[in-house]
Ligand binder design. Sequence first.
Ligand code: AMP
Length: 229
Amino acid sequence: DHRDLHSFPTRRSSDLIVLLGAPGSGKGTQAKKLMSERNISHISTGDMLRLAVSSGTKLGMQAKNIMETGQLVPDDIMAGIIRERLSEDDIKNDFVLDGFPRTENQALDLEKLLIEIKQPLDFAILMDVDSDVLLKRLTGRRTCSLTGKLLNIYFSPQLELDACLNAGGELLQREDDNEATISSRLNVYHDQTEPLIEFYCSRNLLKTLDADGEVQDIYTRLLATLGYV
Ligand code: AMP
């Protein structure tokens, strides 16, 4: 009926994607590529929280300890963060959510929010990786202090690791990439986030991506999964 058409105008031709997957499954790496190569906004709640911690905001002070122990920041705080982020100017077209939602409550909050902004979710992509690969990705993960480039001491080409060091940079490790926190993050993923696979499957939005192998190969498969190539 006409009224319905008025209250829900035609959706914009844009893509909204959720990246789902364990810590270390490569969500951030792939989301950053989608941003640099396809101009798709990258929304990483982990990056936003790390920024809040390093700049010492109230949110940062609330989140610091929780993140250091690998637990989850409470859902009501996350709902506020994501609501604010989605109202910002750069969120006009496509965007990819990396690290949100992480609980069923967050997924329900997201659903409500997307109805409000009249932009339905297109896909939830499950980045599927074996657990032994996950561990190497997490324990080996480093960031170049100069360029912010994500690297891995086990998987990155030696040339790229050397390039950072030769330029006078340092290979920094994330605070929560230590063994104790990693195992707690994997448990939290299993208990609280994995149920979202079923959640998105039941809504016919889930696509599973083989996220093992080289970054570029995974990216090629991701583009195909999204229907971009
Ligand atoms: P990430 O960079 O996505 O691995 O996130 C790092 C940490 O930030 C997580 O271990 C959580 O402590 C916190 N965090 C990030 N996103 C969320 C979220 N959606 N809900 C709760 N906590 C989060």
